[in-house]
Design a protein around this ligand. Structure first.
Ligand code: 4AD
Ligand code: MG
Length: 477
């Protein structure tokens, strides 16, 4: 009864009413002003205690991090900085937090320090803002697809196939790893494993999503994916969430249209619905920028950057055009890139992708028609016989945010591709069935959810936009 969230107290008219609120203490100043937060908004509610009315032992328990229930009257605030405050009548301590040992004190902690305290860092303003934005983006993703006639498909987490053919998979096994059963040839005998064969955590739900697109038309998956790539970068996780739409009868152009429209829609959603958190994160970045040398400062504040992406058309450029630009650009000629682009066919590194987006085109870029050799087996071969109908979307500050393609729908071409790559056709019998029974043009893409959250929050490290990051040598929580 009369229990409200901090957000409700700050935003609706409960003035002069007796109210109850629960939350955690951010600060307690002068034995008088409690700043209380419950996660419902970045803002705190100020609770004013008249210390003469309260037991000294109770007041001693009101420390940063303590969980409280507060009952009092909501009044107009006498002080600056807030419109309303609670004149406290009753304080109940749910649980204290020893100031000697509670790690999240009211001061600026480094992001590195907070990563070691992943279970408590969401109590800081920065992480609560990021995680509310993450939740809003997740909602916006489902809303976009649901309102556009897509069905949500739950693709399996444990699979017997390697969708990307990159071999970067985490094995799932119940065999005794120290003493596994062996075949006559001395290799591990997976026939005795739980599923009777080798299985892994999925790297992508695409192949399974394709099967559903070829019946339901428009589908999407949004689930965890796992990659055992040993890349310790600020853009890679071993466990990340991927959004993968797949659409029957869509060619590559329609796929690019869908991806661009989708990204703009979800960013518009947070621009409209996460204003307080965005403003907080923007200010945080501006403060951080002040400490950087001029040359490294970003030219656009966060909110303007998001609006820029929403309002401008992504530049579409073929891989071949991009290679020409890169070969002739200054950092390549002066050997300032770590990897020098000297010939057509080279795989682009993130330094090249970021050059194209940040220095050359100065807007999001969709690169398409990549060399077949550097892309996965399922992409549709072009007439030139050397490029495939692939597309990557590159974002400022991020690099690749989306990877997608038109799929190879011709059985004979696909079979040849599989053979050339030495993949066992028998493993993909069900995937090949789609090309035997009612095959059709279709396409889709994968968007790395954390890379989207990185962009939307302006954060610099992917470890800071997922609650419990999984990276090499790191699965503490
Ligand atoms: O480009 P990728 O590997 O494409 C696929 O997996 C396709 N099967 C998708 C499809 O067509 N349905 O991955 C897609 C996106 C990348 O563009 C990137 O945003 C993200 O997933 N990604 C990662 N994000 C975080 N950590 C990693 N290790 C990632 N690897 C890929
Ligand atoms: Mg990719």
């Amino acid at each position: 009864m009369n229990t409200y969230s901090v957000k409700e107290l700050l935003s609706s008219d409960h003035l002069h009413k007796e109210v109850t609120v629960n939350g955690w203490v951010k600060t307690f100043r002068s034995n008088r002003f409690i700043a209380l937060n419950d996660g419902s908004t970045i803002n705190n509610i100020q609770c004013v205690v008249n210390f003469e009315d309260f037991d000294e032992n109770l007041l001693k328990q009101i420390n940063t991090g303590a969980a409280l229930k507060i009952v009092g009257t909501l009044t107009e605030s006498q002080g600056k900085g807030q419109q309303v405050e609670i004149q406290v009548k009753e304080v109940i301590v749910h649980g204290g937090a020893d100031p000697e040992t509670y790690p999240i004190q009211p001061k600026k902690h480094s992001l590195e320090f907070l990563r070691e305290k992943a279970h408590l860092r969401v109590r800081t303003n920065t992480f609560s803002a990021i995680m509310r934005m993450r939740s809003a983006l997740s909602f916006a993703v489902h809303q976009y697809f649901q309102k556009n006639g897509f069905y949500h498909v739950h693709t399996p987490i444990i699979t017997g196939s390697d969708a990307e053919g990159a071999g970067e998979m985490f094995r799932v096994s119940t065999l005794d790893s120290k003493n596994p059963p062996l075949t006559d040839e001395g290799t591990i005998d997976y026939r005795e494993d739980f599923f009777g064969k080798e299985t892994n955590l999925t790297v992508s739900g695409q192949l399974e999503a394709e099967t559903y697109a070829m019946a339901l038309g428009k589908v999407y998956t949004f689930g965890p994916t796992f990659r055992a790539e040993n890349s310790n970068t600020s853009r890679h996780l071993a466990e990340f969430w991927m959004i993968e739409p797949e659409v029957a009868f869509n060619d590559l152009d329609a796929n690019m249209d869908l991806a661009e429209d989708f990204i703009k829609d979800v960013l518009s959603y947070v621009l409209e619905n996460c204003q307080e958190d965005l403003k907080f994160l923007e200010q945080r970045l501006l403060d951080e920028e002040k400490r950087k040398p001029q040359a490294e400062r970003s030219d656009m504040p966060l909110i303007e950057k998001l609006k820029f992406v929403v309002d401008n058309t992504f530049k579409r450029v073929s891989y071949t055009e991009a290679i020409d630009i890169l070969r002739n650009c200054k950092p390549n000629k002066k050997k300032q890139f770590k990897y020098i682009i000297d010939e057509w066919g080279a795989d682009l590194q993130s330094e090249h992708e970021r050059y194209l987006v940040e220095k050359h085109f100065k807007c999001p870029v969709i690169l398409f028609d990549y060399p077949a050799k550097i892309k996965a087996f399922y992409m549709r071969l072009n007439e030139d016989q050397k490029t495939v109908r692939a597309m990557d979307i590159l974002f400022p500050g991020i690099g690749e945010i989306v990877g997608g393609s038109q799929r190879e729908e011709r059985l004979d071409v696909l079979k040849e591709k599989i053979k050339a790559l030495d993949i066992d056709e028998k493993e993909l019998w069900w995937y090949l069935d789609l090309r035997k029974f009612g095959t059709a043009t279709h396409s889709g893409f994968g968007l790395g959810f954390e890379r989207l959250v990185l962009f939307a929050t302006g954060m610099g490290n992917i470890r800071d936009v997922i609650p419990f990051p999984r990276t090499p040598q790191n699965a503490e929580f």
